[in-house]
Design a protein around this ligand. Structure first.
Ligand SMILES: Nc1ncnc2c1ncn2[C@@H]1O[C@H](COP(=O)(O)OP(=O)(O)O)[C@@H](O)[C@H]1O
Ligand SMILES: [Mg+2]
Length: 366
């Protein structure tokens, strides 16, 4: 009959393809129990949106089969790791990861990407929030077909919810006040901070922030003063051609914040009649920038009428046309983003553990 040591030993050979660590050291095996040859345990994955989840589960099952375990009770769950600077925990204790979506200039599809990624992550079962930090041109409510005047309960703004995504936007409040102002960076960042502290976000795995466009004062201040897990940069092939993308990636690269990666929007024209992909502005620009800066490439999103129509009608494409190739491109990108966040969170955890250990080692003996 198998022993605990044998089970652990064999599970230690299963390596998370993204984190490059074995699943036992990562703490993914919980509640192991062996009873008369029956083996039961929980496999706790790092995100429900991990692109390799089924691979890991298959490897675990194979490992147990290799040990001759016939009766395996395997429960698979996911608990998203925390990847924020922990010293700012008091600001948002229930939020595990903050993703800031940035771009070199307006009109590249930053909001389209933010909205569809948020919905795609929520579809996997993750708890998701979306904060529209584009104070000058808040377009998130329109894209989600959301007209709301958020309620205030116990001094906290209740974020309206669309398909499992909690949403807050200045747009909700302009509608009441009828005025959109011009604010400087610190003021915008103040409003965004207020959206963090005064909104009842509850527990979230991912909070997506749609930053103001460009590399001006406002997006940079937010990216530096809010405990974000990482920045996701949206580019287009034209942006790449015009050098706007390089400038933006360079700027965000300089901030002391991890970059989740580059996502290229409007990469190619998806022919509505056949599956042909027409690269109007050249192929591989976004990927090249990611290689030049050594940051991950998240994926390509096609230029497709279904995407703009979805946004215009308040029914984003991942909801209105989930089987389409362009919706699937968002699903794939969402999983890659979630995987990247797991890596950043694991690195952060390892760093904290190393620091803790160093502190203990240098403590004078009592
Ligand atoms: N992949 C795409 N295919 C078709 N239209 C798109 C795509 N991405 C964005 N758009 C459209 O381009 C316009 C600008 O997008 P938006 O997300 O508002 O950009 P940004 O937030 O960067 O200013 C919108 O009309 C939107 O519907
Ligand atoms: Mg926008």
């Amino acid at each position: 009959m198998v022993t605990v040591d044998q089970v652990i030993g064999s599970l230690k050979k299963v390596v998370d393809p993204e984190l490059h660590k074995d699943i036992v050291s990562m703490g993914m095996i919980k509640d192991l129990a062996i009873n008369e040859g029956k083996v039961a345990f929980t496999l706790e994955l790092t995100t429900p949106a991990c692109p390799f989840n089924s691979d890991i589960e298959r490897d675990v099952r194979n490992a147990m089969a290799g040990l001759g375990v016939k009766d395996l009770m395997l429960k698979v769950t996911a608990r998203v790791m925390e990847g924020r600077a922990l010293n700012l925990d008091e600001l948002l204790p229930g939020v595990k990861n903050i993703v800031a979506v940035a771009s070199g200039k307006g009109g590249v599809g930053k909001t389209t990407v933010s909205v569809n990624l948020a919905l795609a992550l929520a579809k996997t079962g993750a708890k998701v929030g979306l904060l529209d930090a584009d104070i000058y041109g808040p377009s998130v409510p329109l894209m989600l077909g959301l007209k709301a005047s958020p309620e205030v309960v116990n001094n906290k703004i209740q974020p309206p919810e669309v398909s499992g995504v909690k949403v807050i936007s200045m747009g909700f409040f302009y509608e009441q006040s009828q005025q959109a102002g011009i604010y400087r960076g610190p003021i915008v960042s103040g409003i965004v901070k207020q959206f963090l502290t005064d909104v009842n976000w509850g527990d979230l795995d991912y909070l997506i922030i749609d930053l103001p466009p460009g590399t001006g004062d406002a997006p940079l201040t937010i990216a530096q003063t809010i405990p974000i897990t990482g920045i996701l940069i949206v580019t287009t092939p034209q942006d790449v051609a015009m050098n706007v993308a390089v400038k933006a990636v360079g700027m965000f690269n300089k901030l002391n914040v991890p970059i989740i990666g580059v996502i290229e929007n409007m990469s190619y024209l998806a022919c509505p009649h056949c599956d042909e992909q027409i690269y109007l502005f050249g192929k591989g620009g976004g990927r090249k920038i990611s290689e030049d800066f050594k940051i991950p490439f998240i994926g390509e999103i096609p230029l497709h009428q279904g995407i703009s129509a979805g946004s215009d009608s308040g029914k984003p494409t991942v909801l209105s046309d989930p089987q389409s190739l362009h919706a699937i491109s968002f699903d794939k990108a969402a999983k890659t983003v979630a995987g990247r966040i797991s890596i950043i969170a694991a690195e952060l955890k390892a760093m904290e553990e190393a620091e803790k250990k160093q502190e203990q080692d240098t403590k004078p003996a009592a």
